[in-house]
Unconditional design. Structure first.
Length: 182
């Protein structure tokens, strides 16, 4: 009498494989979350750099040396045609991009404080009143939360990006005591 050949895995072998997969997952998932946070922070920084570039372009070609204080003003197309000064996805203040809330406003430290309109909106190329200074910020939607970030960022007319490790943007106006990105 012959015994049938056993085929397949035993219960012990299956449990061993499931245990190994669980251990690998426990090690890999926190690394993936940290990588996503790092990517979101990099996106927030890149967005502020794009705003700074858009502001320089707006000031030199459209605003008569002044800056926009709302994202929607930088997105506006020139009346004579062409493209806006930043990406259309940044079309309104407090827009969320890659886990960060992006905002543009008047610089509270301008001269005078809060800045000032330097000319009439009818004199700019896209009907936006140019201001003497601006302040932009990128704040995590859920600070230290899954898939957001652990730092807040801000920039102003100088073009330097500053950060802090809190759930609020660096103070407006930005001061020399704040930490610039390296």
């Amino acid at each position: 009498m012959t015994t049938p050949e056993a085929r397949g895995f035993t219960l012990i072998e299956l449990l061993l494989v499931v245990g190994i997969i669980g251990i690998i997952s426990a090690i890999a998932i926190p690394s993936l979350v940290r990588a996503r946070m790092s990517g979101n922070e990099a996106s927030g920084i890149a967005t502020l750099r794009a705003i700074n570039s858009g502001q320089v372009s707006f000031a030199s070609t459209c605003g008569g040396g002044g800056y926009a204080i709302k994202l929607e003003d930088l997105v506006k197309l020139p009346i004579s045609g062409g493209q806006g000064f930043i990406s259309p996805e940044l079309n309104v203040n407090d827009v969320v991009k890659s886990g960060y809330k992006i905002k543009l406003e008047a610089d509270a430290g301008g001269n005078p404080p809060g800045g000032r309109a330097i000319s009439d909106a009818t004199l700019s190329c896209n009907a936006t009143a140019p201001w003497s200074s601006y302040y932009g910020s990128a704040v995590p939607v859920v600070f230290n939360g899954p898939g957001t970030g652990t730092r807040s960022f801000a920039t102003d007319t100088r073009g330097t990006i500053f950060f802090n490790s809190t759930a609020i943007a660096p103070a407006n106006p930005l001061t020399a005591s704040m930490i610039p990105l390296q």
